[in-house]
Design a protein around this ligand. Structure first.
Ligand SMILES: [Zn+2]
Length: 323
């Protein structure tokens, strides 16, 4: 059966985004809802929220469920047969097969699930800044850090489908605890939560005096305050962004050393900060990558689709695998 429309859904730690696309990747509809934070039967609340968004999109486009294929990107390790085995930033849904839960709600739904950053990598490879690039890593900076790795033009999936969990690469074994159970994971430093943590630390150490004054105390300084102040040109806030850039470069240098990727694409919810994060990271990178002076430059660029890349790629994968 041939389908003209796919829905790509990206489930993040805080929000769910749905894009309806055609086969050229053009966006026909966009909708979002918050990620349920309540504890129900595993997967149930998330599936109901997705189903609500799907209904809204079908109504808006005047389509029926039989006319569309649906891909869902999830933030955790996915088995090759679609189980969300472990999701530190979506713990209530760990161990579920969300596609099956969705089909219990809507039996005729054509749906598959895939890791969210893998979806983002597929979107950038098919239609974005990694078009024609055979070896690259997609780094999604959101609540945590996701990774999608292309090697020799193919998505690297690994033995069980779990490859690419770059956010849990340990960059400081003495570092802060991570919801995954380990300590000092890369995503404690270079993600949205990392920015919030480093910003709070800087505020309490007296490195953000203007922001602390504006927010009425160091305890009130949030990650978004640091990024807003940096965007407005505050040098003290830009220093914190530069620190996040240093951690970004550290993780990227490990990836470059292991994979010999020539390109790293920066996406995810934090990609609005790419213009401020990437230049310092590129400045630090040559001091970290093995034999930097003797090897081709490792480039780092902002994703074309930003926080939409995961949903777009989920839709493209649904076209590829379900029709
Ligand atoms: Zn971790």
């Amino acid at each position: 059966m041939s389908f003209d429309v796919a829905f790509g859904v990206d489930v993040g730690g805080t929000k769910i985004l749905l894009l309806a696309i055609n086969r050229d990747g053009e966006i026909l509809f966009e909708g979002r809802r918050s990620t349920p934070q309540i504890t129900t039967a595993p997967g149930q609340a998330t599936a109901e929220q997705i189903h609500g968004l799907v209904d809204e999109a079908l109504g808006s486009l005047q389509l029926s469920l039989d006319n569309v294929v649906i891909g869902v990107g999830l933030p955790g390790i996915m088995s090759l047969d679609g189980e969300l085995v472990f999701a530190p930033n979506l713990l209530n849904d760990s161990g579920t097969r969300l596609a099956e839960v969705l089909r219990q709600i809507a039996p005729s739904m054509h749906v598959l699930c895939e890791n969210d950053a893998d979806c983002a990598a597929v979107a950038e490879h098919a239609l974005g800044v990694a078009r024609g690039v055979d070896n690259f890593v997609m780094v999604t900076l959101g609540t945590g850090i996701g990774g999608g790795i292309f090697v020799h033009g193919e998505l690297l999936r690994g033995r069980s489908g779990f490859a690419g969990e770059i956010g849990h690469m340990v960059v400081d074994a003495q570092g802060p605890p991570c919801p995954c159970g380990s300590s000092g994971c890369w995503e404690r430093y270079a993600s949205g939560k990392g920015l919030a943590r480093l910003g709070s630390l800087a505020a309490h150490e007296g490195r953000l005096p203007e922001l602390v004054k504006a927010r009425g105390g160091a305890d009130n300084v949030r990650g978004e305050d640091v990024s807003a102040a940096a965007t407005a040109g505050s040098s003290e806030a830009l220093a914190v962004i530069r620190e996040v850039g240093w951690w970004l470069a550290l993780g990227v240098s490990n990836l470059a050393n292991i994979l010999d990727c020539g390109l790293v694409v920066i996406g995810g919810g934090l990609s609005d900060l790419s213009a401020m994060l990437i230049p310092p990271a590129l400045e630090f990178l040559p001091t970290m990558v093995l034999g930097a002076a003797a090897r081709p430059r490792v480039d780092m660029i902002a994703s074309k689709f930003g926080e939409r890349a995961g949903a777009l790629g989920a839709g493209l994968l649904a076209f590829e695998r379900l029709s």
